[in-house]
Design a protein. Structure first.
Length: 315
């Protein structure tokens, strides 16, 4: 008796519909028909406008600002899919909000990244596809499969094409050394490390630079740029230590608080980010270049649907 592969369907909530459309273009399928809105009292309302019975369904939603609304949209959408008898429910979270609350740093702290994982599983998700988690151990917070995609190849390809010459890849802290090394290997360049102290959240003080940056083009890589305090201080320090010019890159452009003003007024030549988080018009600066992750996520979805290896995308 022959078996028929389940239908592949992709839906989106409201956080990043442009990215969802681009993913569907790569997959050469239409975006699923659904409505995600709010009642007059602010409660989330989801309406599926086509059948999902037995389908392999993928729902695209970054849990970026407004974080709680986007997270709640995702949970309600997953519940709707489960109750509509979807075959599998695959949650695609290009940017995983609350990822920086992954451990107890003080007494009585919550571990909110784990709570979010519990909520997604309880809602009915069968799999998570995400990109550049702030802490890779978050994969272990789930009891369902997690495919963890990397933005480094996309960023590396961009800088390779720019042919910047004598490059040094810089990690803005000790925790980002592995990420910096991955980029450095692709660019065939050395690395340097910013040794910094953070006296309180969202406040960073650059202390020292480990590595040779004099006369070189520095590329600072991070997973998230939030208030841009760390990245702009690091750029200033690199120039003071003799770097020729400074580029920065990250996967997730959170850009909260004073970030835009800091980036605009900084000595950074160019900031390269991806579209895991959509940038509003006021955040689209001339020195900010946005690369798309649609092809990578689309290919990951195709491979999961066809039961092929996802890790081979990064070989």
């Amino acid at each position: 008796m022959s078996t028929v592969s389940p239908r592949l369907q992709v839906f989106t909530c409201n956080s990043n519909p442009k990215l969802a459309h681009a993913i569907c273009d790569h997959l050469n399928i239409p975006l699923g028909k659904a409505h995600v809105g709010k009642f007059s009292d602010g409660e989330i309302h989801v309406k599926l406008d086509e059948s999902v019975r037995g389908s392999d369904v993928y729902v695209i939603q970054s849990t970026c600002n407004p974080v709680n609304q986007n997270l709640m949209e995702l949970l309600v959408f997953v519940d709707a899919l489960r109750r509509a008898s979807a075959g599998t429910i695959n949650v695609v979270i290009p940017y995983y909000g609350y990822a920086r609350q992954d451990r107890k740093t003080r007494a009585r702290d919550p571990i909110t990244a784990k709570l979010v994982a519990n909520l997604i599983e309880t809602a009915g998700a069968d799999r998570v596809i995400t990109m550049d988690l702030h802490a890779t151990q978050i994969q272990g917070f789930f009891d369902i499969p997690v495919d963890h995609l990397m933005g480094v190849p996309i960023l590396a390809d961009y800088f390779i094409k720019k042919d910047l010459g004598d490059v040094v890849v810089v990690s803005p802290d000790h925790g980002g050394v592995i990420r910096a090394r991955r980029l450095a290997e692709r660019l065939e360049s050395p690395i340097a490390i910013i040794d910094k102290r953070r006296p309180e959240p969202n406040v960073a003080e650059v202390m020292n630079i480990v590595g040779d940056v004099k006369g070189k083009t520095a590329i600072i890589i991070d997973d998230i740029i939030d208030t841009a305090g760390t990245i702009t201080l690091a750029a200033n320090a690199l120039l003071e230590y003799g770097a020729k010019e400074v580029y920065t890159c990250c996967t997730h452009p959170v850009f909260s608080g004073p970030a835009i003003e800091r980036i605009r007024d900084s000595n950074i030549t160019e900031m390269v980010v991806t579209d895991t988080i959509p940038l509003s018009k006021e955040k689209q600066l001339d020195k900010v270049t946005v690369l798309s992750v649609a092809e990578l996520i689309g290919e990951a979805i195709r491979r999961v649907h066809n039961e092929q290896s996802v890790s081979k995308l990064f070989d």
